[in-house]
Design a protein around this ligand. Structure first.
Ligand code: HEM
Length: 119
């Protein structure tokens, strides 16, 4: 069911959370350099779709595969953890219940395997 999606405020709430997350990511010295020249508007749209799917919301992900999108970017554990912290701050700011936050984080954690790339 879509109870979790509802706890994120559905499409409107999720869009606000992703906007706030990217404000954090772009002002965080640990993550900002990765996004020089990146198409932030597109990334935000695709990320809303993807998180919506993870929350069992009524969405379809239309972006590129995670591994291909992130390969060659030197994303390591520190960068990944920093981005997750920036997401947590955005969820806090928007009043997402702690229990609901943890459910999303548990689904994102295994995605490290697909975005990490030290080559
Ligand atoms: C679970 C964690 C992550 C998820 C779910 C995620 C998701 C996404 C999505 C959906 C896109 C857009 C794909 C498309 O254009 O079709 C994207 C692009 C991108 N992501 Fe991530 N990402 C994650 C972690 C990270 C991390 C840790 C970094 C760096 C600190 C990062 C940097 C980027 C950059 C720079 C792009 C733009 C690539 C390009 O278009 O050239 N991502 N990500």
């Amino acid at each position: 069911d879509d109870a979790l999606y509802k706890q994120f405020g559905e499409k409107e709430g999720l869009t606000k959370i992703v906007d706030d997350m990217y404000d954090n990511v772009l002002s965080d010295p640990r993550t900002a350099p990765y996004f020089d020249n990146a198409p932030v508007k597109r990334i935000k749209q695709k990320l809303v779709e993807q998180i919506c799917v993870l929350l069992d919301g009524p969405c379809v992900y239309t972006g590129r595969p995670m591994r291909r999108t992130h390969e060659g970017q030197n994303i390591d554990r520190a960068a990944f953890n920093a981005l997750v912290e920036d997401l947590q701050a955005a969820m806090d700011k928007n009043g997402v219940p702690f229990h609901a936050q943890n459910k999303l984080l548990a689904k994102l954690a295994p995605m490290y395997r697909e975005v990490q790339d030290r080559e």
